[in-house]
Write a protein that binds this ligand. Structure first.
Ligand code: PLP
Length: 433
């Protein structure tokens, strides 16, 4: 099994003494694939370097934010410039206005936006606002969609139509989860059914605009439009979670692809340029309910932090059409090469895309929902992952996560992945359950 070297192993041991599981976000512990996670020391462009000096082509890109690659000169300059002026004001400042204007300019359904510090805060606040606006309590989410670790939204699965969710994790009470209704993804009939039964109790439907958190499982044609239509008919809000897809799928996110206008949208990742900045926004009449304009409370000590807004603004301003073209090109090339290598080894698979995020599922069938994801031969991923890691390619350490690329992934970086693929494909072929 591959993984971090001597320095990473020592760091992991130290970390485990002082931090639960040795990491500050569970997936980083390599629990799904085994081995020691390399502890990273630095990053540049498409590459990460770990504490043992090993270099990797980065296909996680910090789980989305690093659309321009690591240490893009414009972002570094913006951040160091901001630092000269102060690191946190706790008072309104220019960067917040500019970042809000940039978001409003790019994403037409966003008439007003509130900045927060994480995607979790964005979805939590959007749900609270939707409840405050509609005066209703229930929220519909889809199995396999992740919206951060908001108590009510961690309620995930449950079979059948209109399953009233049970908490997915200890610490979330039945009461917190009881207003969450989990439905199968891409299944409009189940949404119709639950709205027919209790539509007047439902405040909102929240969905990943194009899911990446069960691997890449894009919406079927008409799914998002159907959600919009059903919610509108019943006086509920359609909340599109663009924390992953926002400013990555296109300059205006997934909205730029399907043109379905949500009532509220959530953002994070790219708009923070590698710093903690996120946002939620949408219809002005809904956002007007937010304090201090309206009664729904929401706040944050570091919201609109000047360093984070500078990084986010620089990232967005340098995300030109050439950047988006390159993201499309790199993800298409890598998907094609992964597929070619696996085909050569006779491994049944599908490469699926949610915009420029993509992932490989070990199955012959199109994957359209979480049950489909669970039915794949995911045991093939572990040896596939480790062969790539050993050869200097850093993939998500889980078969159920999307892969992310950046515009800095040049032909050399792509070539290094392509070179490593045959061994990984052979390992996937040899895997046993
Ligand atoms: N929503 C989606 C779609 C996400 O992918 C994530 C994180 O991966 C979140 C919300 C939560 O964002 P954060 O990790 O910044 O709290």
């Amino acid at each position: 099994m591959s993984g971090g070297g001597t320095a990473s192993k020592a760091l992991f041991e130290r970390a485990r003494r002082v931090t639960p599981g040795g990491v500050n976000s569970p997936v980083r512990a390599f629990g799904a694939v085994g081995g020691t996670p390399p502890f990273m020391a630095s990053a540049q462009g498409p590459y990460l370097t770990d504490s043992d000096g090993n270099e990797y082509v980065d296909l996680i890109c910090s789980w989305g934010p690093m659309i321009l690659g690591h240490r893009h000169p414009a972002v570094v300059e913006a951040v160091t410039g901001a630092l000269e002026h102060g690191t946190s004001f706790g008072a309104p400042s220019t960067g917040e206005v500019e970042l809000a204007e940039e978001i409003v300019e790019r994403v037409a359904p966003v008439e007003q936006v509130r900045l927060v510090s994480s995607g979790t805060e964005a979805t939590m606040s959007a749900i609270r606002l939707a409840r405050g606006f509609t005066g209703r309590g229930k929220v519909v989410k889809f199995a396999g969609c992740y919206h951060g670790h908001v108590d009510a939204l961690l309620a995930s699965a449950g079979s059948g139509l209109a399953t009233f969710a049970l908490p997915d994790t200890p610490g979330v009470t039945g009461a917190q989860a009881s207003d969450t209704i989990v439905l199968p993804y891409n299944d409009l009939a189940s949404v119709e059914k639950v709205f027919a039964e209790i539509g007047d109790e439902i405040a909102a439907v929240i969905t990943e605009a194009a899911p990446g958190n069960m691997g890449a499982v894009p919406p079927l044609p008409g799914f998002n439009a159907g959600l919009k239509e059903i919610t509108a008919r019943h006086g509920a809000l359609f909340v599109s979670d663009e924390v992953m897809t926002g400013f990555r799928a296109t300059r205006s996110g997934w909205y730029g692809r399907d043109g379905v206008a949500p009532d509220l949208l959530t953002f994070g990742k790219v708009m923070g340029g590698g710093f903690p900045a996120a946002a939620f926004g949408g219809r002005a009449d809904v956002m007007a309910h937010l304090a201090p304009a309206g009664p729904v409370y929401q706040a944050g000590t570091l919201s609109g932090n000047p360093v984070a807004t500078a990084a986010g603004l620089a990232t967005l301003r340098h995300s030109t059409s050439e950047v988006y073209e390159r993201l499309d090109e790199v993800s298409a090339t890598l998907g094609r090469e992964v597929s070619a290598a696996l085909t050569k080894e006779g491994v049944a698979h599908r490469v699926q895309y949610s915009g420029t995020m993509f992932s490989v599922f070990f199955t012959e069938d199109e994957v359209v929902d979480f049950d489909g994801v669970r039915a794949t031969e995911s045991y093939r991923y572990t040896p596939f992952f480790h062969e790539l890691l050993r050869r200097g390619v850093y993939l998500p350490p889980s078969p159920f996560e999307a892969w992310f690329v950046s515009a800095s992934h040049d032909d050399r970086a792509v070539g290094r992945v392509v070179e490593a693929l045959p061994a990984a494909a052979a390992a996937a072929a040899a895997a046993t359950p």
